[in-house]
Structure formats: structure tokens, C-alpha cells
Design a protein around this ligand. Structure first.
Ligand code: GAL
Length: 715
């Protein structure tokens, strides 16, 4: 009897399990609706109201997107699968054999993501590309010409071609390990699977002519890129923590005496009367009259940027006012404001306006918004708005960007600053990511990945072990979205390493000369979503047409190992025409992979190669720069500060190679948002048969340039 009962229980359990399995494997093919040409949206089950894009609160750039070319849906919809179960959403996208995947945020070691597993989690970067990052952006772009955004403010697990399903249509070959005949621990997988800890999700799929076009559409969908104020593109010096007004003046004098560019001085924690958490009040001993101090700096062509972390010191009016809107947990004894609530946002905005912006502060460096588990609010924390701790963590940086952006917009003044946490949706916020990790090579890989993920990144300079390292780092920061020395801890100056001072000075002035090119490059980011700094994968035809030492790159032979071996993560594009190939400490030269087409040396105009790997010897002096055939680089005299970028600035337009070329040169007032209402000027610089011409495209009264001198660099 007992046995019969036991068997019955087993049969019943098996039956109910089967029932459950049946339910759990029930998949749907998400339904996609086209919102703009080449942009489709889908809702799986019931997406949460709060997501990455609602936190960012920026509208897509509809007009530009509507002018984009029509696209076919890039994948067979039958092959995209989704289902929700036990409060989680499961997603599956197909991968083809030679398909490569880029993106998934600010990674520091890898550019190609196929074959990797990550939990996209806002965090300090801990030395591994495991998804913990200052920008864990759930967006990827495929070499097949499409991209996907998983719009959820959640810790998202991604298996990028790692899991092999039992029902796969492309099963990997079975190998016997005993026979030692090709067995591998990670056999071929034909899918990209994603797990979202939420009962539904919004997906956005982008298709384009090229991978770059896909990223552009993604950027435009998130609001379009950033156009920094002109001063933001000058040189930045961040000063030691406890500097006072006298020290800062001495620092600024040093830049004059040593003739080194300087547009922005960054004040670190000591400007607050107390820090970690912050009072947001000026320290009266170090800064007795901040308004006067800011005015003095402004007269010397120097803007002020203020460091902060968002946690509020547990005394004072700001604390009392914000306390009702703070989360359940503290960080370093400071409260954590819930800025999704309009009241708390307003209190902080009014405070910043009165005590900082109206005194002439140009922007902020918003630190510690990425968190680190041991000191940040834990995931069990609660917030008065009902947004949970995980959602807060994934978006706190975005919220801070939006809070400050709003007040600068109200003043019609552009800001440009630093942030340590960004996510999908923060594309159009004028903030550049930085961190403490300080690995030069990995900083360049991060710069490449920033372009795949809609964020900006600076490879900032701090202390160095040698003059060479110092010089190389100075070179790369000058070829990035923000040229900055961060001396908060070590008090270094650009002239600290005297034997390489001349080289550092040269590269900083070269950046200043290139500002017409760089500013137009950022305008292209704003108008068209083109990432100003980007990896070679976004250069059309780069991978498929590439001849390497091992022959043509053929991804079909091996799905990812082949391509991974040749992952290009130490050279990048700045704007349309310039390839930057940094040298690192102790290099005796380096290899540079040139995409198809003729390429020329920036400095000499000489031909260097076409679709091949070249070796550049280390001349110790300059950062290797190469220009595409027909490339046009508009340059101006080597000014020290952008305040000298004035009416009638003469232009030297350099032209490289033999092909005809075009470049859209952009200008506006450099500081307000009037350009968004059409107050800007664009002109087409054209080089044809060794002759240059200038045509008007969009006219307004903001045009700073005078005489145009054409310089054909290639004989
Ligand atoms: C760090 C930050 C540094 C510097 C420092 C000041 O968190 O990454 O750049 O600002 O704080 O205490």
C-alpha cells in the first residue's frame, strides 16, 4: 500500500513538473512596431514604468531619425524569442557564424563581446570585463548591421554566444576529449541570451546601412550627442584637494609662465566646508569670497569646475530640506536624495543655482555615483518614490546629469563636466566618464568602447613612473573628449617631467590648433549621433576587407576565435578622417592596422599604406596620426585658451591624399543653446583637384573664422 502511494506521488509530481516545464518553455516572438525608419520597439509582457530612458528623460531626435533611410527588419522575427517567468524576462537573439558583437558598455579590456558573459551592473570598474562598469549600457551592435537596446534599469545578465541550447539549429560538432581531436570547453553557440530580473521589458531594435549608422540611430534615439561649450575642449587641470584661492592663483600663473594651455581648473573636495558626504557649501577659510574668485578666474580665461559626491552632510538647511525625500540608507553618514521626486530635485537645483552657478561655476565633477558595494546603499534600501535600490543604482548618474543639465539650460549656458556613472539614455548629457583605474592601454580600449555605447570617456593623466609614460598619457588625453590632468592627489603639473615638457606642450597646442576640426566633430555627434571617438569596427569595411599578416580576415572559418585574436583595441578614430595610434610607455614603435583606402601621415602628408599593417617607429616626439585619402583637417593658430578663439580667426585647411574631399565646418557662439534654435553656421569645405573652395550650407551670424588658407599636404 505504502509503495502504491509512493508511486502515485511520484507520478503526480512528474506530471505537475511536466505541466510546469510546458508553461515555462512557452515562448513568444516579440511583436515589433516601427517608430522611426530602421527603429523598432517591442514590449515583452508588462515592462516597468521606470527604465533607463525615462530616467534620462530626453526625447528622440525625431526629425533627424525620420530623415534616415528605410531599412528591412534585420533578423527573422521568428528567431527572436522571449518569455517571462517567476518575475524574470528571458530573451534570445540569433547569432550567425561570423557575426561579431560590440558594445555592452564601458569595457576596458575587450572590444568584441562574443563569447563573453556579463552582469551589467553599475559599479567601480574592478579590472575585469564582467559587466561591472561605470557605464553598463545594455546596448549592443552587431557586425550584421543592427543593434538592440534592452531598456531596463536592472542588473541584466548577458550570455553573448556562450550557452548552447539542446534545441539549437546549429549544434556544435561533438568531439571526444579522450581522442584529443578538437574538443573545446566552450563549443559554438548560435545565440545571444539575456535575463532581466523584471516581469517584462521594452526592447528597441536599430538597423542601419553600416554599424556606424546603427550606433548613430541609437544615439539619436537617446536624444542625440553632446555639443560641449568651446571652453570645454581646452585643457583642464584638476588641483590638489585642499588648495585655496591663493594656491589656485599660483597654479594658474604657472600655466601662464610655462606657456601651457588652460581653460578649466577643477576644485576637488576641499572647496566644500566638509566632504564625504558633502555640504555643497564653500569652505570659508579656503574660499572666503567665491563669487569674486570665480570672477577673477573668468577674467583670466579660466572656468571653474567643482567636485562633489551626491550624499548630503548630516547638518544644515540642505539636509533638513532634503531629508523627507531621502532613501532608507546613508552613504558615509550622508543622506541619499531621491531625485526622481520633483521637490527634492528643485531644492538641490535652487541651491546649486544660488551658491554655485550664479557665482560663475561652469560645471561639476559628479563622483561616486557609480557606487561600490561596501559603501553604497545596499540593494535592500528603499526610496520614497518607490523606485527600488537596483533601479536607483543603475540610473543615479543619469539622474544627476539631468538635474544639473536642466539648470544650465535654464540659464542658457552650456556646461561640460565629469561623471563616474552613465547608462543608456545619457547620450546627450554633457558629461565625460573617468575613473581611478589608471591603466593606459585599457584607458584607450575604454575610449573605443565609449563610442560603441553612447558615452564619452577621458583617459585622464595623473602621476607617472617615467617621463615617457607621462608624455604618452599627455598625448592620448589630448586626443580624447576631455584633455585633462587630474592632480587631486599628487599635485603634478604639465611641466613636472621637465625632459618631456616640450613634447607635452606641443601636443596640448596641437589639440588647440585642431579645435575647428574637433568642434565640428562634436557638432556631428549632436546633429547626427556620430560618436566623435570610436573604434575601427565602426569604420565601414574595416574587418571584412582587412589584409593581415595571416591573410584576409575570414570570420566564417571560425566564429569568434579568429576575430578575437585580431581584436583591435589600441587605435581609434577621432572624427571622420583621423586615425590615432597611441604609443604606450616603453614602446619601440608599434603596429598600426590601416583600413582599406589610402592613408597618409598627418604631420608630413606622405602616403603610408592601404588596408594593411604598418610598423611605425618611435620617434619619441609625437603621437602617430594618420589621415584618410581626401581627408580635410581645418586648423587654427595655436592659442593657449579658447577665449582667444575670436572673430576673424584665420583657418589653415589641411588636405591629405589625392582623392577629392569634403568636410562640414561648424560654428556657433560656443556657449549657449541658441544653436538648438538654428543659430549656427555650417560651411562645406571642398577639396577638388588640388583646389579648395568653401560653400555655405546653413547661415547665421555666428562665424568666427576669417581668411582660409588651403594647405595640400600630399605632394
Ligand atoms: C575619487 C575620484 C578622483 C578624485 C578623488 C577626490 O573618487 O575618482 O578623481 O576626485 O575622489 O577625493
Amino acid at each position: 500500500m505504502k509503495q502504491i502511494l509512493f508511486s502515485l506521488i511520484i507520478i503526480f509530481t512528474l506530471f505537475s513538473c511536466q505541466q510546469k516545464t510546458k508553461v515555462s518553455s512557452e515562448q513568444i516572438n516579440p511583436i515589433w512596431s516601427e517608430t522611426f525608419p530602421g527603429v523598432w520597439k517591442s514590449e515583452v509582457n508588462k515592462p516597468e514604468d521606470f527604465n533607463l530612458l525615462t530616467a534620462a528623460n530626453k526625447a528622440p531626435r525625431a526629425e533627424t531619425l525620420n530623415n534616415k533611410s528605410a531599412q528591412e527588419f534585420p533578423i527573422s522575427t521568428d528567431e527572436i524569442k522571449a518569455f517571462t517567468k517567476n518575475g524574470k524576462t528571458y530573451l534570445r537573439f540569433p547569432l550567425e557564424k561570423e557575426e561579431q558583437i560590440y558594445g555592452f558598455g564601458l569595457n576596458f579590456k575587450t572590444v568584441q563581446q562574443r563569447g563573453r558573459i556579463m552582469r551589467l551592473h553599475m559599479d567601480h570598474y574592478g579590472g575585469k570585463d564582467d559587466g561591472k562598469s561605470h557605464a553598463p549600457v545594455p546596448f549592443y551592435v552587431s557586425s550584421k548591421g543592427y543593434g538592440v537596446l534592452i531598456n531596463a534599469a536592472r542588473y541584466i545578465d548577458v550570455y553573448v554566444g556562450t550557452g548552447v541550447r539542446a534545441d539549437t539549429k546549429n549544434p556544435p560538432t561533438v568531439y571526444d576529449r579522450n581522442a584529443r581531436d578538437g574538443w573545446t570547453a566552450q563549443p559554438y553557440s548560435d545565440n545571444l541570451e539575456i535575463l532581466i530580473p523584471a516581469d517584462g521589458v521594452e526592447l528597441v531594435l536599430f538597423s542601419g546601412e553600416t554599424m556606424l549608422d546603427v550606433v548613430q540611430r541609437f544615439n539619436l534615439y537617446c536624444g542625440g550627442g553632446v555639443l560641449p561649450p568651446k571652453w570645454g575642449l581646452g585643457f583642464w587641470q584638476r588641483t590638489p584637494t585642499l588648495y585655496d584661492t591663493g594656491d589656485i592663483q599660483t597654479e594658474v600663473n604657472g600655466f601662464v609662465e610655462n606657456n601651457f594651455p588652460l581653460d578649466v581648473v577643477g576644485l576637488e573636495p576641499g572647496w566644500h566646508s566638509k566632504s564625504y558626504p558633502c555640504t555643497f557649501e564653500w569652505d570659508k577659510t579656503r574660499y572666503p569670497n567665491p563669487a569674486q574668485f570665480a570672477k577673477n578666474m573668468d577674467k583670466q580665461g579660466v572656468k571653474l569646475n567643482l567636485w562633489m559626491n551626491p550624499y548630503i552632510w548630516p547638518e544644515g538647511k540642505l539636509y533638513d530640506d532634503i531629508k523627507p525625500y531621502a532613501g532608507s540608507h546613508t552613504v558615509w553618514n550622508g543622506i541619499v536624495p531621491d531625485y526622481t521626486i520633483p521637490e527634492s530635485r528643485k531644492i538641490m537645483q535652487e541651491h546649486m543655482l544660488k551658491h554655485q552657478l550664479d557665482m560663475g561655476v561652469s560645471g561639476y565633477k559628479m563622483d561616486e555615483v557609480d557606487g561600490f558595494d561596501r559603501w553604497l546603499w545596499p540593494d535592500v534600501a528603499t526610496f520614497p518614490s518607490g523606485i527600488d535600490a537596483e533601479q536607483m543604482r543603475q540610473t543615479y548618474g543619469t539622474q544627476m546629469m539631468s538635474l544639473t543639465d536642466e539648470i544650465y539650460r535654464e540659464k542658457n549656458e552650456r556646461t561640460y563636466g565629469l561623471i563616474r556613472a552613465a547608462n543608456a539614455g545619457s547620450v546627450s548629457y554633457p558629461y565625460v566618464i573617468y575613473n581611478d583605474y589608471y591603466n593606459h592601454r585599457d584607458f584607450i580600449t575604454a575610449l573605443i568602447n565609449s563610442g560603441n555605447s553612447g558615452v564619452l570617456w577621458t583617459p585622464e593623466v595623473r602621476a607617472s613612473r617615467s617621463s615617457e609614460e607621462w608624455m604618452r598619457r599627455m598625448q592620448t588625453t589630448c586626443f580624447s573628449p576631455m584633455a585633462m590632468l587630474n592632480a587631486w592627489a599628487d599635485g603634478t603639473k604639465p611641466w613636472t617631467f621637465k625632459d618631456v615638457y616640450k613634447q607635452c606642450q606641443d601636443v596640448a597646442f596641437l589639440r588647440m590648433q585642431m579645435l575647428p576640426y574637433l568642434y565640428s566633430t562634436f557638432a556631428d555627434y549632436y546633429f547626427n549621433g556620430t560618436p566623435p571617438f570610436r573604434g575601427m569596427n565602426l569604420e565601414a569595411g574595416f574587418e571584412t576587407s582587412l589584409k593581415t599578416e595571416q591573410g584576409e580576415l575570414d570570420g566564417t572559418k571560425n566564429p569568434y576565435a579568429e576575430a578575437l585574436k585580431r581584436e583591435v583595441k589600441d587605435q581609434y578614430m577621432m572624427g571622420e578622417f583621423m586615425l590615432v595610434a597611441p604609443l604606450f610607455n616603453m614602446d619601440a614603435g608599434r603596429k598600426v592596422i590601416l583600413p582599406k583606402g589610402n592613408w597618409y601621415d598627418f604631420y608630413t602628408g606622405k602616403y603610408v599604406g592601404n588596408g594593411e599593417i604598418i610598423q611605425v617607429e618611435d620617434g619619441f616626439e609625437q603621437i602617430p596620426l594618420f589621415i584618410k585619402d581626401g581627408g580635410i583637417i581645418p586648423m587654427m593658430p595655436a592659442i593657449r585658451q579658447t577665449s582667444e578663439w575670436k572673430e576673424n580667426t584665420p583657418l589653415e585647411v589641411r588636405v591629405y591624399g589625392k582623392a577629392n574631399g569634403k568636410f562640414v565646418l561648424y560654428d556657433d557662439d560656443g556657449k549657449t543653446f541658441d544653436f538648438e534654435k538654428g543659430k549656427y553656421t555650417t560651411k562645406l569645405l571642398k577639396a577638388e583637384n588640388n583646389k579648395g573652395s568653401v560653400e555655405d550650407i546653413h547661415q547665421s551670424d555666428s562665424w568666427i573664422y576669417g581668411e582660409v588658407n588651403w594647405k595640400f599636404m600630399t605632394e
